[in-house]
Design a protein around this ligand. Structure first.
Ligand SMILES: [Zn+2]
Length: 210
């Protein structure tokens, strides 16, 4: 996909997520890889009102090249790309149900949401919960860098999800799958859960490697 088309896609998918209440106000940010760097949503921008012409562009080293000032979470996105050469896009939202799960005490950081549906296993699979770090802080970017090689979906405690995909559409769909699964998980809390067995999970990973 060329850069002009990708700029449009960021605006279309950003608006789609905002319109469905997936990230309020000026929260959330999107980035996508281009030949000579990355496109990123500008800082303090609302995902519902992005303009293809003012999307920030940063070079291969992360320095701003054109457009608005990049999101203050730029380093978080760049940490993911550094560890995942195959990632074409990264989506970070403050989506209500995922954030709610990130605030629960006594959550297993290695499995903040159990494998309750096949699509969750196929699109997210191996979610990890990171401890709380202040937004925009390098300690957060460093913590993300440590786990991003093994996890394409990361949940930041008391903050929200960060999800990488091979392209923008894949990253958006996976983030939405995570949000829907977080909603289901919260709906089910307090009930005895029937989750997918390790064998069923392994079979899905075999058939649909992420
Ligand atoms: Zn955030």
């Amino acid at each position: 996909m060329n850069e002009a088309k990708l700029r449009e896609e960021i605006c279309i998918l950003g608006k789609s997520m905002f319109d469905r209440g997936l990230t309020p106000g000026s929260s959330g940010n999107i980035s996508a890889r281009v030949d000579d760097g990355w496109l990123m949503t500008p800082t303090n921008s609302c995902l519902g009102r992005l303009d293809p012409a003012t999307i920030s562009k940063v070079d291969a080293k992360g320095n701003p090249v054109s457009g608005g000032k990049p999101t203050k979470e730029a380093f978080l996105h760049l940490s993911v790309y550094e560890q995942r050469p195959s990632a074409g896009a990264v989506v970070h939202l403050h989506s209500t149900h995922s954030v709610a799960v990130s605030c629960l005490a006594d959550t297993d950081p290695k499995q903040p949401i159990p494998p309750i549906t096949a699509y969750y296993v196929m699109k997210i699979g191996n979610l990890v919960l990171l401890p709380y770090y202040p937004p925009g802080d390098m300690t957060l970017a460093n913590a993300v860098r440590e786990v991003a090689g093994k996890h394409h979906a990361i949940l930041l405690a008391n903050h929200g999800p960060v999800v990488a995909g091979k392209d923008l559409e894949a990253a958006v769909y996976a983030t939405e799958e995570l949000e829907e699964t977080a909603k289901l998980y919260l709906l089910l809390r307090g009930n005895k859960l029937k989750i997918l067995s390790p064998e069923q999970v392994a079979e899905l990973h075999r058939k649909y490697p992420s």
